[in-house]
Every structure is written in structure tokens, then in C-alpha cells.
Write a protein that binds this ligand. Sequence first.
Ligand SMILES: Nc1ncnc2c1ncn2[C@@H]1O[C@H](COP(=O)(O)OP(=O)(O)OP(=O)(O)O)[C@@H](O)[C@H]1O
Length: 239
Amino acid sequence: MRAPDTILPLTTEALGFAHGGQPILHDVSLTIEAGPPSVIIGPNGAGKSVLLRLLHGLLAPSAGRIHWSGIADPRPRQAMVFQRPVLLRRSVLANTTYPLGLAGLARGERDARARAALELVGLAALADRPARTLSVGEQQRLALGRAAALRPEILFLDEPCASLDPAATQAVEAIIAQLSAAGTKIVMTTHDLAQARRLAGEALFLHRGRLLEQSPAAQFFAHPATPEAAAFLAGALVW
Ligand SMILES: Nc1ncnc2c1ncn2[C@@H]1O[C@H](COP(=O)(O)OP(=O)(O)OP(=O)(O)O)[C@@H](O)[C@H]1O
């Protein structure tokens, strides 16, 4: 049977996550459609990373459900990049081909895809370097290239620029914008409001484990619907 063309939209119904009796996310119902990046924002500890991990399937919900469109297994069609990438003690190229091997691609295809991805993230010239000798910014670009080589339909990014300086952040944002323009659905977290304004097509505002708003970015930033979001946008100390 032919695989469906898309696994989007992604919907959640009353999604909840608790750990050790502590509720962390409550009653999160959202729909993620194809299109420009969906950016999850909110104060530290709001549950942004936990939500991303639930959506990617790394954590199991304690309540509610996650539904992907279509009948295919969504796992091969999604990828995730973490705040601090875990790189193998191998070359930049080998780090990029490794997941392609796990995905079952033939050697020639692995190499071609990996080299194209390294080109995209500006690391083609460093293909033979041990990955762990890269700068922090280069390592994050490698993580993005490695994920992009899998050609996911949806790419989850957890604070992709958390430990980067402005130049490295700009490089990563350019890659994100390029992937998005080429049709990859980006779902990312950030606590950097300026970054959210630059990248977001829509904003999802999380506060103390609840999704208080999901709206088009222009609307959210100009007219937040809740006092919590308004205070957060105004730079008040919100937690
Ligand atoms: N895998 C996990 N299992 C149990 N609890 C977790 C897990 N990951 C995070 N938590 C807890 O869930 C709460 C929300 O954490 P989370 O990392 O999702 O917040 P965040 O909004 O991403 O914050 P930050 O901006 O600081 O990264 C915290 O209290 C954290 O300790």
C-alpha cells in the first residue's frame, strides 16, 4: 500500500504528563499544520521541552492522546535536534551517514545525502574532521544537517540556539529558515522572544504546563490574548 503523502496535521487531545506524582503538562490540545514554523515559547520550566519530547515520542503521555494523520508509522518521518547535540566519536561525515544507515539507506545514497546536508549547513569542507573538535556552533549545525539528511517531514528543535553567540545563532536561524522554505515543518522551542519573532509562523504560549495560546505570530505578538502572555512579552518576570 502506498504511504500517505503527509503525516500532518498533528493533533493532541487533552495531553498530560506527570512525573513522580507531579503534574508537568496539563490538558494540552493543539493542532500542528504544515506551513511556517510553530514556535513554542514560555518561561523556564513551563514544559516546552517536555511537550516537544511527547510529540516526538520520547516520552509517553500520562493522559490524553497524540494523533498523526495518515496510516503510516510517523516515526521515520520526524526528527529532533536537542539543545546539546550528542555526537559520535567519528568524523563529521560519519556522524551524518550513521542515522541514514539505521534508516536503511544504501551506502551510495547515504553518502550523497550526507554530503548535500553538510553543504546545506556549511560544513562540507569539514566533512573529515572529528565531530567533537568542532566549535559549539558548528556542532549544532552538524546536528541540524544530520537531522535534515533524514528528510523528515517534521523537525523538532529544542532550544537550538541556547548556547550560541549571535553569529552562530544567525547561521542556525538561516538553516532553519531554509529548511522551512523547502517544506520541512519546523516545531521548535525557544525562550528567546526576538528569535520567536524572526522565525515563527505561529506561536504557542505555554505557562505552568498549560497551553494558554496558539495563534498566528503577528497576532500573538501584537495582541496576546491572555494576561500571562502579555506580561511575558512585556518582559515582566513571569514563571
Ligand atoms: N523527562 C522528564 N521526566 C520528568 N520530568 C521532567 C522531564 N523533563 C523535564 N521535566 C520537568 O518538567 C518541568 C518542565 O521542564 P521543561 O524542560 O519542559 O521546561 P521548559 O519550558 O523547556 O524550560 P526551559 O526553558 O528551562 O528549558 C520541569 O520541572 C522539569 O524538571
